[in-house]
Write a protein of this length. Sequence first.
Length: 99
Amino acid sequence: MLSDSTKGFILIACSIALLSFSLESMQNHDDAVREYERECDLQYRALNGNMSTPDGGLCSELDETRSWKAILFMASLAAFVLSGLIGTVMLLPADENQR
């Protein structure tokens, strides 16, 4: 079996990889929010001079995509934080005075 310190290093390496994935998923979510605003937000469209009525089907699809990307971002961020914390805890020395 692997020692706790080896498992800790592996979890921290996974955490670093998850950081990259979290940043990418955050950017994807931001892009989805901007696209939804451009296509469906009436105030945003009015400020840009677009007074046409948004397509309901497209707005529904964009809202679903925006929600899915938010969930993906939050899950990847949670996995990043948890793997980093657990990995760090596993690297800390164990209390040798336990009975």
